[in-house]
Design a protein around this ligand. Structure first.
Ligand code: ATP
Ligand code: MG
Length: 360
């Protein structure tokens, strides 16, 4: 049986990239595991959030919002262990032990670190924030991530493309640990990637859609109203070509919108069967035919079609989220359930780890 683990930071409301690249995949995995003995762990990773400065009261509310969101998208707390990482202290304990078998050089090669460093260096030319202000915690972030995964002896990790390198580090650390201390103790975790592994920023298709990017118009949040969705998609960067085509290199903006459209249609409950099979290029062709018939501009037609698909996908999630927000007692109860389930496994692993490394 598989052990599936994944996490999301409580750094804001999830956007379409999180949803299509990660969260929706979690729900699919849950549903596919119905008649199996697969174990699923989904974690809200507060210890990762604090690797960048967070305002405490805000972090606290983002944490519980994220719990409500995970339930609203369809994760079932009876079938999965849905929990706050920061309520299970074994995560930091295993992270420390793994820190001690991770070389500095390995972490310096992590691209997320390199890009945070580059951003900080750019900013430091114009402000007093300096790259030297980046924390040790941010540097060691991938090790904490390895600890998250290994604590549950996970075999599979569904993530977006930005996390593949970190997952390689997790495999590497599992292997180093096994060879040093205890043969075959940790399985080497594999990644599971969705077709929409990298949703791009609406305002800058050179970078990924991100919760923490400064421009709020660069992402569609799963709580955005139809009016907000329409406004953000209208502002999305496209180009002036007369017809649509899927070409990620020459036309990243248009291609990003086409991929999002195809991904949403593929999963649409109300959608037609034939539309579920259509890829982004087929959507380009379909929309081109409609444009020829109606005389509308290609960008406008794409944006209108996408707006409708986004609104239709978000509607049921938002209704459920509203309902859950009105029931804080239930949310607390689910939090406790997740914490207890996670803790049982985490404690077992750590007892074995301490013994193997000579700390007991
Ligand atoms: P932050 O900017 O705070 O890092 P984020 O948007 O990157 O936020 P995370 O909580 O770091 O979100 O990541 C949660 C999951 O969403 C991860 O599996 C990650 O790979 C995935 N993910 C994040 N952004 C995208 C994206 N643009 N496209 C596809 N998947 C994504
Ligand atoms: Mg991220």
């Amino acid at each position: 049986p598989r052990v599936i683990f994944s996490g999301i930071q409580p750094t804001g409301i999830p956007h379409l990239g999180n949803y299509l690249g990660a969260l929706r995949n979690w729900v699919d995995l849950q549903n596919a595991s119905l008649h199996t003995t697969d174990e699923l762990y989904f974690s809200i990773v507060g210890y990762h959030a604090i690797t960048m400065p967070q305002q405490p009261s805000r972090l606290l509310s983002e944490r519980s919002e994220m719990m409500a969101t995970l339930l609203a998208i369809g994760l079932d707390p009876q079938r999965c262990t849905i929990f706050h990482q920061d309520q299970v202290s074994e995560h930091t304990e295993l992270a420390w032990i793994l820190n001690c078998i991770t070389s500095f050089g390995k972490l310096q090669r992590m691209t997320t670190w390199k890009s945070k460093l580059a951003t900080a260096k750019n900013v430091s030319e114009t402000s007093d924030i300096d790259d030297k202000d980046l924390s040790l915690g941010l540097f060691a972030y991938p090790v904490l991530q390895a600890a998250d995964i290994l604590l549950y002896k996970a075999t599979h990790v569904p993530v977006g493309e930005d996390q593949i390198q970190h997952l390689e580090l997790s495999r590497d650390l599992a292997d180093v640990y096994n060879r040093k201390f205890s043969k075959k103790f940790f399985p080497l975790p594999q990644h599971i990637i969705t077709p929409t592994k990298r949703v791009l920023s609406l305002r800058d298709p050179a970078s990924k859609m991100s919760k923490s990017a400064p421009d709020a118009n660069s992402r569609i949040l799963i709580t955005d109203t139809p009016v907000e969705v329409e406004r953000k998609i209208k502002k999305a960067v496209t180009d002036a070509e007369r017809s649509l085509a899927y070409d990620g290199v020459a036309r990243p903006g248009v291609s990003n919108l086409l991929s999002i459209l195809a991904a949403l249609k593929a999963a649409s409950v109300a959608g037609k069967q034939a539309e579920k099979q259509m890829g982004p290029q087929e959507w380009a062709e379909r929309l081109n035919r409609e444009i020829e018939a109606s005389g509308a501009s290609s960008g406008q037609h794409l944006k209108a079609t996408l707006t409708e698909a986004v609104v239709e996908t978000l509607r049921p999630i938002q209704t459920e989220l509203e309902r859950l927000r009105g029931d804080p007692g239930y949310l607390k109860q689910m939090e406790l359930l997740g914490k207890e389930k996670a803790q049982t496994v985490a404690r077992r692993t750590m007892a074995q780890v301490r013994k193997s490394i000579g700390l007991n």
